[in-house]
Design a binder for this molecule. Structure first.
Ligand code: MIC
Ligand code: SF4
Length: 643
């Protein structure tokens, strides 16, 4: 068996490990963050489970930390109290980005982790099966329920050689994105193999596993080896170590090979993470802003290399350099060893340890800006400035670029880049607040501010459906298009009515108004609809606007699950060319759809009433998913079962 099969089979509750078939797995650990967490906990409360049943559930506050009004702070208080009451550990704001802290303090080789954030696979660096999902799936897992997924196929990404000076783990994953694209990992686990693995530290593995999300992969995983042991030992957690390796005769469904020695610094140009070139090919583009941080690149190792490049130099007068270390541990170590001083003296603006600029929470750049960043997504508008373009690079490239003011290959920098991993990190868990004991939990009051509104619930599927195609969209529409997020909208993650005013506005500013005027309808999209974030809001808000189904060439994994969990039909063209026969505004009808779902038919006829033809669409649902669609979502299904 390979590593993926070993962990999945040890957690298998039902199904068979056959790629494409539905399996259910036991979840050992969960995590939520604040921008998806409020909804996840409202849903958890609706399930009436007193105490979480996992080995460890964490609630992080790291996304909505810009408190320009009462909303975010109220959400933090709700999460803190609901966590205390129900057995969840709270990581307070200031403790760091969820994935970085989970890696440092909580993750364990061989375990499963489900998180309400698409970059949860960062945990794969420790030899975990760590998967991103919608908040509702995480709420179910907290209650002890299984996580259902389509069994992934396993790709061996065989690494050979060793990274050259100035070439980084980020360049490995950018190279994979260049080769495989943002759809290349759908339905797959990227399992790292080969002699190159042992040359990579845990934070480097984490960068690669983190950004496997951009390939659309179910997750990414590394073996657990002596490097893993060393990292856990330096975190004071050697007891959590277990070795985990693929058997010598393990087989894989596909294989890719990367020679680390042959890689060069890479850059993803706007507005897709797979729009990758070498830094040399991209040329010396003039840069306005450089942002270093995010869950992809904010470890101690990354920050020490940045400090080494900046030491004794000054940032270009034309560049605003922003640095956000990934965790309190990292920031604290930089301040203790003087590296923070080197950054500050070079002219860096130090931000709090949080998602910050990565999710448009502050640091929006100027009009038409070129913003060079170390995060993982450069989707249109994500920086908060629509006319700006985000360029994704490694920490080394970002730091070198900040000094010159133009996109710069860091291999020529005059700096000592040989950062040694510490024998012991400065760990301190005093910002992780344990929950109340079972005896005390009843007395804990859950505090809800006025911004917390109930979440919308779908209705049982009607016999037949009809309505207009409200919007026609192209390929690769992201959840940032469907439910944009920036510092003005993130405070309303617990307020679906308010968010609905912004649904799909990056594609068409008139959409929310038109959807309301029509009383709902259907969406039409190309390939990979809903890629990117795990935010369930990209399903809850369309549900609120009475969107009944999405007709697409294909869907991204998490978003498809979120649609089904909320009773919205994910319909795929059986013949992709049929997409062209539909226009925005066409009236469509799905006659007798409920009966077809009930019978388990995987094809449904969709009639274009306006143009007078009928096409076949795929509606491939498992038995459990059919139950959800018929009941009008997972919560309805659970409450029916409990009746
Ligand atoms: C993101 O990187 O897009 C986010 C913000 O972390 C999201 C979660 C969210 O939308 O709240 C994610 O990746 O799932
Ligand atoms: Fe936070 Fe950005 Fe990572 Fe999402 S991708 S978890 S916003 S740092």
């Amino acid at each position: 068996m390979n590593v993926t099969q070993k962990i999945l089979s040890a957690h298998l509750i039902s199904g068979e490990l056959k790629p494409g078939s539905e399996i259910a797995i036991r979840i050992d650990q969960t995590l939520t963050q604040d921008s998806t967490g409020t909804m996840a906990y409202l849903q958890f409360e609706a399930m009436d489970v007193k105490r979480v049943k996992t080995e460890r559930s964490m609630a992080y506050i790291d996304h909505n930390t810009l408190q320009t009004g009462f909303e975010n702070a109220d959400d933090h208080r709700y999460i803190a109290t609901v966590a205390r009451k129900h057995g969840i550990y709270l990581s307070k704001p200031g403790n760091g980005i969820c994935h970085q802290v989970q890696l440092e303090r909580i993750g364990k080789p061989g375990k499963t982790l489900l998180g309400s954030d698409s970059h949860t696979p960062t945990g794969g660096a420790l030899g975990m099966i760590a998967i991103g999902a919608g908040g509702l799936d995480v709420a179910v897992a907290m209650g002890g329920g299984a996580y259902y997924l389509s069994c992934p196929s396993v790709v061996s990404v065989r690494l050979t050689g060793r990274l050259g000076r100035g070439v980084a783990a980020k360049d490995v994953i950018l190279e994979l994105l260049r080769r495989l694209t943002v759809k290349g990992g759908v339905g797959k686990v990227m399992e790292y193999t080969g002699p190159g693995v042992e040359t990579l530290s845990i934070p480097e593995r984490a960068t690669i596993a983190n950004m496997g999300a951009e390939l659309g992969a179910t997750t990414s995983v590394f073996p657990s080896d002596e490097v893993t042991r060393g990292f856990l030992k330096a975190q004071g957690r050697e007891a959590d170590f277990v070795p985990l390796a693929a058997d010598p005769d393990a087989t894989y469904d596909e294989a890719v090979e990367i020679d680390l020695s042959a890689l060069e610094p890479m850059v993803a140009l706007p507005h897709m993470p797979d729009n990758v070139k070498t830094v040399a090919e991209a040329g010396p583009i003039h840069v306005d802003q450089v942002c270093i941080g995010s869950c992809t690149n904010s470890s101690y190792l990354d920050m020490m290399r940045v400090a080494a490049i900046l030491k004794g130099k000054t940032v270009s007068p034309d560049v605003s350099l922003v640095i956000a270390p990934g965790s309190r541990q990292v920031l604290s170590m930089l301040s203790a060893n003087g590296a923070l001083h080197d950054m500050i003296e070079a002219g860096a603006r130090i931000c709090e340890t949080a998602c910050g600029f990565c999710i448009g929470m502050g640091q929006s750049p100027c009009t038409n800006a070129v913003s060079v960043r170390t995060n993982n997504r450069n989707f249109f508008g994500r920086s908060g400035t629509k006319s700006a373009g985000i360029y994704l690079v490694s920490c080394e490239t970002a730091a070198a670029t900040a000094l010159t003011g133009v996109l710069t290959d860091p291999r020529g920098v005059d700096a000592d880049l040989d950062v040694v991993m510490p024998d012991s990190f400065l760990y301190n868990d005093n910002l992780i607040i344990p929950p109340a004991s079972e005896d005390e939990a009843d007395a804990v009051e859950v505090v809800r501010g006025p911004n917390i509104k109930p979440f919308p619930k779908a209705e049982a599927l009607a016999k037949s459906l009809s309505g207009k195609v409200l919007l026609k969209m192209e390929d690769n529409i992201t959840t940032d298009h469907i439910m944009p997020s920036d510092s003005s909208l993130l405070p309303f993650r617990s307020n679906i009515p308010k968010l609905s005013e912004h649904c799909l506005t990056p594609v068409d500013p008139t959409f929310p108004e038109r959807a309301k005027a029509e009383g709902g309808g259907f969406l039409l999209a190309g390939q990979n609809y809903g890629q990117g974030s795990s935010r369930e809001h990209a399903a809850l808000v369309p549900l609120y606007l009475k969107v009944r189904g999405v007709l697409a060439k294909s869907f991204a994994r998490i978003h498809r699950a979120n649609l089904i969990n909320n009773g919205i039909l994910p319909l795929e063209f059986a013949n992709e060319a049929d997409y062209d026969r539909f226009s925005q505004g066409d009236e469509i009808a799905l006659e007798g759809v409920a009966e077809r779902v009930r019978k388990g038919e995987s094809r449904v006829p969709v009639t274009n009433v306006t143009k007078g033809f009928t096409v076949e669409m795929k509606l491939e649902l498992t038995e459990r998913q059919r139950g959800m669609i018929l009941a009008g979502g997972l919560i309805n299904m659970i409450s029916q079962q409990n009746r």
